[in-house]
Write a protein that binds this ligand. Sequence first.
Ligand code: ATP
Ligand code: MG
Length: 202
Amino acid sequence: MSDAVLRTFVAVPLPAPVRAALGDLSARIRTGGLRGRWVPPENLHLTLAFLGDTEARAVAPIRAALTRAAAGCQAFDLTPAGLGVFPGPRRPRVLWVGLQGGLEALGALAEAVGSALAAIGFPLPRRGAVGHLTLARAKEVFDPEALAAVFQRHGGFAGPPFHVHRIVLYRSQLGAGPARYSPLAEAALGAAGAPFTTGGEP
Ligand code: ATP
Ligand code: MG
């Protein structure tokens, strides 16, 4: 099965209290009547790079590249704050919570990950705008009136600050219902030579 293909992405896992606060926000927005596909709280994460189809045999070199990238970046703090939509207000398809705090460090981390993957010949991963936490996706677009009410009511949302100290390569399995993510590799920030681990609580 060494030529098996996995759907993968690199992300910062969110601590349980952050997922709980965002899950609570999602529940309140959903109860308020906005229709969409809601990310289950356990799936909430901060995407750094989407690799998509990845040969299983590429996982080991990717793990090594992520370890190098992470080792060269210092840990930093982020605070979930505010709401936004992608691709923009005229066509709102993705509802997200923004981030404040170490945004420069976050950008540098995403750059380091992208460069490390490019250096091993992995096609440069497609990177969306880094720095958002997706809550929900509309089937087509969100209802504008319902969305306006959400921004009015919850636009000032702020979640608990969290410490970014590791990145994880996840496998994503799509099917009926929400995607299923499973960790394939993990790398610690600012820890040159740290051992790899897999699995574990995000
Ligand atoms: P679903 O596709 O069922 O809504 P999902 O988007 O959570 O679930 P994936 O599509 O596997 O699962 O995506 C995994 C992560 O990668 C998510 O954070 C997603 O936003 C991001 N992602 C997916 N496709 C792309 C892409 N083409 N460009 C940038 N990021 C992507
Ligand atoms: Mg998707």
